[in-house]
Ligand binder design. Structure first.
Ligand SMILES: Nc1ccn([C@@H]2O[C@H](COP(=O)(O)OP(=O)(O)OP(=O)(O)O)[C@@H](O)[C@H]2O)c(=O)n1
Ligand SMILES: C[C@](O)(CO)[C@H](O)COP(=O)(O)O
Length: 236
């Protein structure tokens, strides 16, 4: 894939499930904030031209990150929901470019993203008419459970995947899909849902299971281990 792409990083969340003293994207992971690792992975990929990151309006941590001056990172203010943060970042990007590039939307809370997974997306989706997402097929038995934690049913897991990020779509199509979903009061938790709402069928690209989203307290130690393994060349 010859033309460059842009990354969009939603980073305006509060990380409530993490129950930490600060938003999880600013918790330390191997002596660096989570968000530093995520941005480092993105800006170091040769196909990524720049990054637009959506920050909380009252984010006191960003200024002290001291990112390298040559990192092509642009900031904007996020919104109430993740989808609003992504929309705001896309709006800034539309003012930065007069093209309609592929955008890779990637959670700030996913610092273990591999270049090989981004390469697989670019290779498999670069000529796709719609785009797609990174995901991991479910490998365990799936249960539907009632409010009292009793098993209601075993769900057929064939064809079930965990959606991850990056999620790769064309700038204009994704902007329009998110706008339409918002106007219809459809609360989308990922970009693919908005594209599906528009009647489109995104593809899914198999990624590595270590591309975890740091969500719960126990995820931080796991992410630290995965980063260490990757940096030591131990991760398969
Ligand atoms: N209004 C929001 C909500 C979330 N995010 C970002 O979207 C990513 C994935 O969302 P999630 O894991 O749900 O993060 P939080 O909303 O911060 O977590 P929680 O739901 O536990 O509060 C995170 O990088 C988060 O910063 C965002 O940019 N804007
Ligand atoms: C977009 C996402 O990473 C796909 O798995 C995920 O949905 C974002 O986290 P959230 O907890 O749904 O906001």
């Amino acid at each position: 894939m010859s033309s460059k792409v842009w990354a969009i990083v939603p980073a305006a969340g509060i990380g409530s499930r993490m129950q930490a003293d600060r938003p999880k994207q600013y918790l330390l992971l191997n002596n660096r904030p989570v968000i530093f690792h995520t941005l480092s992975r993105l800006v170091s990929h040769p196909q990524i031209e720049g990054v637009v990151i959506a920050l909380s309006a009252n984010d006191p941590y960003w200024p002290s990150l001291n990112l390298p001056a040559d990192w092509p990172v642009h900031t904007t203010i996020g919104g109430d929901e993740r989808a609003d943060s992504v929309s705001n970042a896309l709006r800034l990007l539309q003012n930065l470019t007069d093209t309609n590039p592929w955008v890779l939307v990637h959670d700030a809370a996913r610092p273990c993203i591999r270049h090989s997974d981004i390469d697989a997306m670019l290779q498999q989706l670069g000529n796709d008419p719609v785009g797609g997402i990174l995901g991991v097929p479910l490998t365990e038995t799936v249960k539907r459970v009632d409010a009292n934690n009793h098993i209601e049913a075993t769900v057929d897991r064939s064809g079930l995947w965990r959606a991850a990020t990056p999620q790769m779509f064309r700038l204009m199509a994704l902007s329009e899909a998110l706008t339409q979903a918002r106007q219809a009061n459809i609360n989308v938790t990922d970009e693919a849902s908005a594209m599906e709402f528009m009647g489109l069928n995104p593809k899914i690209v198999a990624g590595h299971a270590d591309n975890i989203k740091i969500t719960l307290p126990q995820d931080l130690a796991l992410a630290a281990l995965f980063l260490q393994q990757q940096e030591n060349g131990e991760a398969a």
